[in-house]
Design a binder for this molecule. Structure first.
Ligand SMILES: C[S@@+](CC[C@H](N)C(=O)[O-])C[C@H]1O[C@@H](n2cnc3c(N)ncnc32)[C@H](O)[C@@H]1O
Length: 213
């Protein structure tokens, strides 16, 4: 998925992935990460997700990375939050109390710019990317977050019946990408029934990845 694909999605407001409510996988499972109030949570490929608002409301600091400046501007406008804007290397940095959003290419982010990461919340980030990008994504994420614990949600369905995004990411692939550096815990399996196209059965899995240190 190239940058143009996502910019066009935001410009045409084709953002079916954006949810009007906080995602229950987050609210039901975030406690597994056992974080202290004030911990800094990385939300890769964050869009304008309301999950960031929930994380802030729970006393966490949030740092998001998003390609589309439009998405970030919509986030601040819709949440009616004032912000400061600066330029930081390859990124435009939007910040407010408890929240920093970097506009730019996630693959260009590095640990120095990003700063401390205590945990990662991946909803619709890994599954937004085609298979040929997922190896780079997971390696890069593990590196810049210093294998911080992660809450991850994946979809599984018959990929031959539909093209992503979101892409199907199998249990085997989660283990292939992350087992070297993380202990992998499957928290939940949800049968979502038919989704995306007629007759396509989709399930969702929620994972807690704990860095081996
Ligand atoms: C499927 S959406 C999910 C957004 C958000 N996580 C949510 O739950 O609503 C994927 C997002 O990733 C962004 N994106 C795609 N490639 C990116 C990249 N290389 N760097 C930063 N953001 C990217 C897109 O602009 C889009 O907003």
């Amino acid at each position: 998925m190239q940058a143009d694909f996502w910019h066009a999605k935001w410009e045409k407001n084709q953002i079916g992935f954006h949810e009007a409510e906080t995602n229950p996988n987050l609210t039901e499972n975030f406690h597994h990460l056992g974080l202290e109030t004030g911990a800094r949570i990385l939300v890769p490929l964050c869009g304008k997700s309301l999950d960031m608002v929930w994380l802030m409301s729970q006393g966490y600091q949030v740092v998001g990375v998003e390609l589309s400046e439009l998405a970030v501007l919509q986030f601040f406008e819709e949440q009616d939050i004032p912000f400061e804007k600066t330029v930081d290397g390859d990124f435009i940095h939007y910040s407010t109390e408890g929240l920093e959003l970097y506009v730019g290419d996630f693959f260009k982010m590095n640990a120095d710019v990003l700063g401390q990461v205590d945990a990662v919340y991946d909803r619709a980030a890994l599954v937004a990317l085609p298979e040929e990008m997922r190896k780079n994504y997971t390696q890069h994420l593990s590196k810049i977050s210093n294998t911080a614990p992660q809450l991850l949600a994946t979809f599984e369905y018959d990929q031959s019946k539909r093209n992503g995004p979101p892409f199907s990411v199998s249990e085997e692939e989660v283990r292939l990408r992350y087992a070297e550096k993380f202990e992998i815990n499957l928290l939940e399996v949800k049968e979502l029934g038919e989704m995306f196209v007629d007759g396509l059965l989709v399930s969702e899995k929620v994972w807690y990845l704990k860095g081996k240190g």
